[in-house]
Design a binder for this molecule. Structure first.
Ligand SMILES: Nc1ncnc2c1ncn2[C@@H]1O[C@H](COP(=O)(O)OP(=O)(O)OP(=O)(O)O)[C@@H](O)[C@H]1O
Ligand SMILES: [Mg+2]
Length: 343
């Protein structure tokens, strides 16, 4: 049974036309490249888009449409971390809840699973092998696919689709030469490549400023969706990939910074101060007894946050984490900022 049967003739159209479904049922007007992606009925699809072009959003639309138009279907949403899968999952749920008709089709919902009256389920998972094994799926969606280890796709995700002749969608921005790259160059995949400049929400001015403050390679990768080798970065792409921990649970600052408790452990903080067009950010890291370093909290301040607010946040964080060291990027405003902090 399709959840759209009660729409009669229109239901039939909505079933076969993802773009119409997006517009009428979800109130989502795709950009031209998103429309092209939504219309793609291939079994293996790559959405290699620049940053902030609407990858997660448009793939969420595909997931909702698929679950509503197929009975007893399993749609798996997989990302390098549970946090990233949850971003996609929340967008999926927001779409479903945006229309009373789709909202009432929800039979059961937990924080990682939504099940519809037609028996279809959308499930969000991190790319941890032990969490993924055992599923059979009709659609597998991998967001931030360039950061998912090759063997997770080849040994775990691909076999899930074998018996169902299901759909595999790999979405992301390039990074390294891994499975995402192989799929991008594989004629069996239908490939969509989109530069950030094609997104009507991103201004030329923004891109010009980004180009000024990034290496040419990083810009080509992040905003032009090019698979470039990184020659100037301090850490190799390979190393970054090996450091990903799919099930890492970060602290929620609202819980830890207001609790008035001092956390046990050896903590360090790194701070990068943003200017007008990039973000100030802070990362809190714990050094474990076995010597490994684990990210515990990541804070990105909204653009234009005054440095006084950033320093206030650091002091607040100090009360909880009692850092062994706080490291602040000294270039740009770092020096005067340190003076504020010392005061
Ligand atoms: N067709 C659209 N119309 C209006 N807004 C859109 C559309 N598509 C995406 N957006 C908005 O653009 C922003 C970026 O979308 P999204 O997070 O899906 O992009 P992304 O490519 O996944 O970003 P990232 O590179 O950070 O992962 C969001 O605020 C989203 O709501
Ligand atoms: Mg995204």
């Amino acid at each position: 049974m399709s959840e759209l049967d009660e729409f009669d003739d229109l239901g039939l159209k909505l079933r076969s036309d993802t773009v119409l479904f997006a517009r009428i049922i979800l109130g989502f007007n795709p950009f031209p490249y998103q429309e092209k992606f939504l219309k793609d009925e291939s079994k293996c699809v790559v959405a290699c888009f620049g940053r902030q072009t609407g990858k997660t959003t448009v793939v969420a639309v595909r997931a909702v449409h698929f679950a509503f138009t197929n009975a007893e279907a399993v749609v798996l949403v997989v990302s390098p971390s549970l946090r990233q899968s949850m971003i996609m999952f929340e967008r999926i749920c927001r779409f479903i809840e945006s229309n009373p008709y789709t909202a009432k089709s929800v039979r059961r919902k937990t924080c990682t699973v939504v099940e519809l009256r037609n028996g279809s389920r959308i499930i969000a998972l991190p790319c941890a092998a032990h969490r993924l094994r055992g599923f059979t799926a009709h659609m597998v969606i991998v967001d931030e696919a360039a950061f998912v280890p090759d063997e997770v796709v080849t040994e775990i995700l691909n076999p899930m689709l074998a018996a169902t002749d299901g759909v595999l969608i790999l979405a992301g921005t390039p990074w390294g030469r891994n499975y995402f790259y192989k799929a991008f160059t594989d004629p069996d995949f239908s490939v969509h490549k989109v530069k950030s400049s094609e997104c009507p929400l991103i201004s030329e001015e923004f891109l010009r400023k980004q180009r000024e403050c990034m290496t040419a390679e990083a810009y080509a990768r992040e905003y032009e969706a090019e698979f470039v080798e990184e020659t100037q970065s301090y850490f190799s792409q390979n190393l970054v990939q090996r450091c990903l921990a799919p099930e890492l649970q970060l602290y929620d600052e609202r819980d830890v910074l207001t609790s008035q408790t001092i956390l046990e452990g050896e903590y360090y903080m790194g701070v990068d101060l943003g200017k007008l067009q990039d973000y100030s950010a802070a990362a809190i890291i714990e050094k474990k007894q076995n010597g490994t370093l684990e990210l515990k909290l990541l804070k990105e301040f909204p653009l234009n946050t005054p440095y006084l607010t950033v320093s206030g946040w650091i002091l607040q964080a100090y009360k909880t984490f009692r850092f062994k060291q706080v490291l602040i990027d000294q270039s740009g405003v770092g020096e005067p900022f340190l003076e504020i902090l010392k005061d």
